[in-house]
Write a protein that binds this ligand. Structure first.
Ligand code: URA
Length: 444
């Protein structure tokens, strides 16, 4: 087999065989196929696309390129949840304990934040003592004992995807549905998931800006799941504004704790109940969505979900007292309001821009090597559709510096992220569509 023939076949719009895809991926992963040939192939895929069968073969070839976690010794159907990335997305902090409290084993490997999006691992590390690195044995034992573990991605999971993603990033081939879908699904499959629940973000703060594009990506991932025997559900959710009110590590942990107490922001609460319900369905813990949602709401009402968070923190050497006393979490010394210049309504909040502002405050990293400050970030006071009076705060900036020039720059940046209107604005719908093996349901 020759790489050039495979590139040519895809360039001319033909379907590649599983053997050809495997040859390409394993060769590239070993370093036998150079970047320039792989880039040409990625560009051919960008223009020609891939069939569902090719996409599934690509996914499995990448999943096989490195370590594969075997979770078989943990009883039950292991359901993994993945979000395509958003600002203020602390759902895993809520969903891990919530789904585990419904009897769904959650063996989760999460990442750190980079650029304008945060990472679950950084958020958890704002809890004093919380250990994100565990041996495989500790990880498995914890899931068997308490039903949930959230650790940092370790080992050599999907090295082919890592290499290919880096190449796509610099060759304008990121935005290809088969390449995105196989990249995400290969990591979930190599991490041992039996079933997968995907949060596909749509809107200004997301990869996919329109609902139709998001549905196409969701459909590609559900199709991969079907082809490789991992039932997959994809929920399309709005990312035209941040999720919840808080952006920044310890601030998001506080909000997650409040949500597990039933006192969280409406959108975060709605999203977590919806996903927990689907995780319970996929995990065989419920037979219908309304019943599954009721179970999730009950686990919050009776404190089981919150107690599961305490167990999770304790099991990973963190201080579980933060659950009852969130003021033990790091807090920033300066809190600066960003005020509305007019009386009217919030028309839009640029999630990506606020994510960058939070990063500049110290909550995120510009490069992998940067350190972060767990205490800083942004807490919104208003969401899209809310009325606001002139001089009322739109949000508060939690800062560790109060030199005038920096404060003014941050306030200006944050204010620019909010669009105000004198006309009333409808609140956006959070859950916009659900894609399952049975089809697409648009929620109107
Ligand atoms: N997230 C991934 O993991 N891969 C992509 O290609 C895009 C988003």
């Amino acid at each position: 087999m020759r790489t050039v023939d495979i590139i040519q076949k895809k360039r001319d719009g033909h379907e590649l065989s599983g053997e050809e895809i495997d040859f390409l991926i394993q060769g590239f992963s070993r370093g036998d196929i150079p970047d320039y040939q792989m880039s040409a192939w990625a560009m051919a895929v960008y223009f020609r696309g891939m069939t569902a069968r090719e996409t599934a073969d690509l996914t499995m070839a990448m999943a096989r390129s490195g370590d594969q976690i075997d979770l078989a010794s943990i009883p039950g159907i292991k359901v993994d949840k993945h979000s395509t990335g958003g600002v203020g997305d602390k759902a895993t902090l809520v969903l891990g304990p919530l789904a585990a409290s419904l009897g769904v084993p959650v063996a989760k490997m999460s990442g750190r934040g980079l650029g304008h999006t945060g990472g679950t691992i950084d958020k958890l590390e704002s809890i004093e003592g919380f250990a994100v690195e565990r041996t495989k044995e500790q990880f498995m034992r914890q899931v068997r004992d308490i039903g949930v573990a959230v650790i940092s991605q370790s080992g050599n999971i999907t090295p082919a995807d890592k290499k290919l993603y880096a190449l796509r990033d610099v060759t304008a081939t990121v935005n290809s549905i088969p390449l995105i879908a196989s990249s995400i699904m290969s990591k979930k499959i190599a991490s041992g998931a039996d079933a997968i629940c995907l949060d596909v973000k749509t809107g200004s703060g997301a990869f996919m800006k329109t609902l139709d594009e998001s549905i196409a990506l969701a459909q590609a991932m559900v199709d991969i799941g079907e082809q490789v025997g991992r039932e997959t559900v994809a929920v399309i959710t709005n990312m035209d504004e941040p999720l919840g009110f808080a952006i920044g590590n310890a601030l998001e942990v506080r909000e997650a704790i409040r949500t597990l107490k039933g006192e969280g922001p409406g959108d975060l609460q709605e999203l977590c109940i919806f996903f927990a319900a689907y995780m319970a369905l996929l995990g065989g813990r419920a037979v219908a969505l309304p019943e599954a949602k009721e179970q999730a709401e009950q686990a919050i009402r009776d404190g089981r979900a919150l107690n599961k968070l305490k167990q999770l923190i304790q099991a990973q050497n963190g201080n579980p007292l933060v659950v009852d006393e969130p003021d033990l979490l790091p807090s920033a010394p300066y809190v600066v309001p960003v005020q509305s210049g007019i009386t009217g309504y919030v028309a839009a909040i640029d999630a990506e821009s606020l994510g960058v502002t939070a990063m500049m405050l110290g909550a995120g990293r510009a490069t992998k090597e940067d350190s972060i400050d767990a205490s800083v970030g942004i807490v919104l006071s208003k969401k899209v559709g809310d009325p606001v009076k002139e001089g009322e705060p739109l949000m508060e900036l939690h800062m560790n510096r109060n030199d005038e020039a920096f404060v003014q720059e941050m306030v200006r940046r944050a204010a620019r992220a909010v669009v105000l209107s004198v006309q009333p604005v409808e609140k956006p719908r959070l859950i916009q569509a659900v894609v399952t093996k049975h089809g697409i349901e648009r929620i109107s």
